[in-house]
Design a protein around this ligand. Structure first.
Ligand code: PGA
Length: 253
């Protein structure tokens, strides 16, 4: 499985800034041989970023979708709207959506299914808060958040990607240790294997996210159960992002 380096630009970049960032990333990243590189710009820039990257192996994803195909949902964007722009991925259940937009396990499950009903590959984001970790509830919280995968048929489950992002590590500068990230990613893979079998569990990339930077990325990429990283802050700096890709290219399999 290729490693995945995915950038989440969150609510950053105007249209022209997004264009410049995409161009800069594409020229610095070049053509990696064993790394899948994805950027997730804000909705208004998706189309333009896709165009800018049309000759580049760097792929494009959305940061969220609505679960309905269409309807009276002011301000929302459907899977098919994103898919028809030529995007290949969408995040669902990012902790900032769970915290600020009240996305729940149930609504995230609907978004996961909406993505799978289109050609988009969903990246299901999960992770415990600091209070959960202190109370030793990481397994319980993450287990509940990944449960929507258990209800899919195995062919659909094999198209899902998971990003383990402990909430306390996001944007805090305090990343999980590579060993802790590996342990939780391994726990996720074990559960998927129990429900869907080994080959599905092996085909699902499981990423770590939360304060990943050029100076700590290698530790994560060396872990058995970590197939890549989902990156916020460092994905807005083209040189930092490109150096994550170089680290992935240089890491031993
Ligand atoms: P961060 O964000 O890299 O800035 O911690 C990660 C994320 O929210 O996906």
């Amino acid at each position: 499985m290729n490693r995945v380096i995915m950038g989440n630009w969150k609510m950053h970049t105007t249209l022209s800034e997004a264009e410049d960032l995409a161009r800069d990333i594409s020229s610095r990243v070049g053509r990696p041989s064993k790394t899948q590189v994805v950027v997730c710009p804000p909705f208004p820039s998706l189309n333009r970023v896709r165009e800018v990257l049309s000759e580049s192996p760097v792929q494009v994803g959305a940061q969220d979708i609505h679960w309905a195909e269409e309807g009276a949902f002011t301000g929302e964007v459907s899977a098919s709207m994103v898919e028809t722009l030529g995007c290949e991925y969408t995040l669902v259940g990012h902790s900032e959506r769970r915290v600020h937009k009240e996305d729940t396990v149930e609504t995230t499950a609907l978004k996961l299914r909406a993505a799978l009903g289109s050609k988009l590959r969903p990246v299901l984001c999960v992770g415990e808060g600091a209070d959960h970790r202190e109370k030793d509830l990481t397994g319980e919280v993450v287990g509940t958040q990944i449960s929507p995968i258990f209800f899919l048929d195995s062919a659909a489950a094999a198209r899902v990607m998971v990003a383990y992002e402990p909430v306390w590590a996001i944007g805090s500068g305090r990343a999980a240790t590579p060993q802790d990230a590996d342990e939780v990613c391994g726990f996720i893979r074990d559960w998927i294997e129990r429900v869907h079998g080994k080959s599905v569990a092996r085909s699902i990339p499981i990423l770590y996210g939360g304060s990943v930077k050029p100076d700590n990325v290698s530790g994560f990429l060396l872990q058995k159960n970590v197939d890549g990283v989902l990156v916020g802050g460092a994905s807005l700096d083209p040189e930092a992002f490109a150096s994550l890709v170089r680290a992935s290219e240089g890491a031993t399999d």
